[in-house]
Design a protein around this ligand. Structure first.
Ligand SMILES: *Cc1c(COP(=O)(O)O)cnc(C)c1O
Length: 304
């Protein structure tokens, strides 16, 4: 396997990561609609809220975010709270505060409850006379996907057999699915979220992005793998932690525990099983501040 890495962890803006590309489109659209406020939601270690908060602040508008610790399964909650650095505010949440994001933290519950809370907050802000744009979780609107159709074109002169990317809210994978279509590269999304709807979301967003561009969507359905999620969304997996340590020590490149460590573990496992070969591109989506949102203990067992 000839391994390449697309360093979107180094996109630069507010600690980098994949969300900066989406925000170039999403924030421009919000400003074009006269927004003075953006409202969104996510987990307490959301990379999207960190970059949205920075983009909103730079643009001179307010960012409100409803955040929750995940996951909400009672047994796993103990696991994640044992791993999350909740004693004070760390990682992305610390950066949200520095950026002036108006954060409300809600108790754990299903994602639907989080979305409902977020809509209520947006309603209240509108009732106060603010011009609100509601931004979907992870920036996964068709515009977010378009940013990654565009990103794929940066590699138009390269040829890859396989592209591997972490997927969750879906627009990164969706955009790459459209952008690499017809180049001979097979895009595989490693889901970091166990919910099967992830695959449908990626498909919907890919069709929406293609339709915005006035092109036919790819014939193949997006390839989403669920075998590397680990215990739950936001709960580090053992194989992910091993992949994180291995890449750090062999290349000096860090992965994050929520997304890219799981995706890279998927890449290594697929390569071992002979499921992928040739020129393989790992799309590094960033997320590095979350490294500091977890307690050192979660890295134990992989650190010797
Ligand atoms: C949000 C995020 C992803 C997943 O991207 P989606 O477009 O939400 O599927 C992957 N990696 C990192 C580091 C992220 O922050």
């Amino acid at each position: 396997m000839d391994l390449w890495i697309k360093r979107d962890d180094l996109t630069g803006f507010a600690f980098g990561g994949n969300k900066g590309r989406k925000l170039e489109f999403i924030l421009a659209d919000a400003l074009a609609h006269g927004a003075d406020t953006v409202v969104s939601c996510g987990a307490t270690q959301s990379n999207f809220i960190r970059q949205l908060g920075a983009a909103a602040s730079v643009a001179g508008i307010e960012c409100h975010a409803v955040l929750m610790d995940e996951p909400y399964e009672p047994g796993l909650r103990a696991t994640v709270v044992g791993g999350l650095n909740t004693d004070g505010e760390h990682g992305n949440l610390l950066l949200d505060r520095l950026l002036g994001v108006r954060v409300s933290i809600v108790p754990n519950g299903p994602w639907e409850t989080l979305f409902a809370e977020t809509n209520l907050l947006a309603d209240r802000l509108e009732a106060d006379g603010r011009r609100v744009v509601r931004v979907p979780i992870g920036g996964s609107s068709p515009l977010g996907a378009l940013a990654f159709v565009d990103a794929a074109s940066e590699l138009a002169r390269e040829r890859f057999d396989v592209v591997i990317v972490a997927t969750s809210s879906g627009s990164t994978h969706a955009g790459l699915h459209v952008g690499f279509s017809g180049t001979g590269a097979r895009v595989i999304g490693i889901s970091c979220d166990p919910e099967p709807e992830v695959a449908e979301e990626v498909g919907c967003l890919a069709r929406a992005a293609a339709s915005e561009l006035g092109i036919e969507p790819p014939n193949e359905e997006p390839d989403v793998r669920f075998d590397f999620v680990g215990p739950a969304y936001g709960v580090p997996s053992e194989e992910g932690q091993r992949a994180l340590v291995r890449l750090a020590r062999s290349e000096g490149i860090f992965l994050d525990p929520v997304y890219t460590a799981k995706a890279f573990a998927g890449l290594l496992a697929l390569a071992e099983r002979g499921g992928i070969a040739g020129r393989v591109l790992f799309w590094h989506t960033g997320g590095l501040p979350a490294l500091f949102g977890y307690l050192p203990a979660i890295y134990h067992g992989t650190t010797s």
